[in-house]
Design a binder for this molecule. Structure first.
Ligand code: BTN
Length: 248
């Protein structure tokens, strides 16, 4: 596998915006979520080729063979009154747009944090808050072969298993950070309304048969407050967090 280098000399010249300064790179670390501390400025980015304790949502692990993926975390300082959970959707939208541009295929966002192509998960987003800052982690499966993908409830794919192309990861990472800067700016200015066009049109669960809290129903869609509206046992409800199982 040759996905190129993500070392500072490969990525630095491609970073034209506000994100990625400073750019912290490790060949290996436990998790990029732990590489940034609160003294870093907004826009600091941590990237690794390998995580030994990569974290997913809800206490899950995030695994990827060394050098196969994009594993990055960005430090953000949103105003204190803003809802952190919305940032997973901001990150999801920026990731979906980046993946779409790379593949020339549509990508969807499976509420609250998965990016899907052809009904398979190609990326995940994790927003964690501590000490008044948010670390927004994004993992994109780029060059894994099928056998190296995790066996999970939501079937996984990499960009490579979708179109057969082995990609240089540096331009993809630079494109992701540029998209994230734009979408974060939209959200700072206009909240979720500011990104809703991109979000609503990529809503993977909308109209699907789902189960949540043991009840069966249909997903109506992502709301303008970032929750998921569902109809369960004939009753409309709003789910604020958690996991939604869907019928394949
Ligand atoms: C999920 O789908 O559950 C979220 C996955 C988030 C994975 C990324 S990889 C970079 C950053 N570091 C981590 O340990 N997790 C996030």
């Amino acid at each position: 596998m040759s996905g190129g280098s993500l070392a500072p000399d490969a990525v630095g010249p491609l970073l034209t915006g506000r994100l990625g300064h400073p750019y912290v790179y490790r060949e290996q670390c436990e998790t990029t979520q732990g590489l940034l501390n609160r003294s870093e400025p907004e826009g600091a980015v941590a990237v690794a080729d390998e995580q030994t304790a990569g974290r997913g949502r809800l206490g899950r692990v995030w695994q990827a063979p060394p050098g196969s993926s994009i594993l990055c975390s960005t430090l953000l300082r949103p105003p204190p009154e803003r809802r952190i959970a919305e940032l997973a959707l901001v990150g999801g939208l920026a990731t979906a747009e980046t993946v779409e541009e790379a593949l020339d295929l549509a990508a969807q966002i499976k509420w609250p944090n998965d990016v899907m192509v052809n009904r398979r998960k190609v990326a995940g987003v994790l927003a964690e808050a501590f000490d008044g800052v948010v670390v927004l982690g994004i993992g994109i499966n780029v060059n894994q072969e099928r056998t190296a993908l995790p066996d999970a409830d939501v079937p996984a794919a990499s960009l490579r298993t979708i179109d057969g192309v082995v990609r240089d990861r540096a331009p993809l990472l630079a494109a992701l950070l540029a998209r994230l800067e734009v979408r974060y700016g939209d959200w700072l200015e206009g909240g979720l309304d500011g990104i809703y066009d991109g979000l609503g049109s990529r809503d993977f669960l909308r109209g699907r048969r789902i189960t949540a809290d043991g009840a069966a129903g249909i997903a109506i869609g992502i709301t303008r407050t970032g929750a998921l509206e569902v109809e369960l046992d004939g009753e409309r409800r709003t789910v604020e967090a958690g996991e939604i199982a869907y019928e394949r």
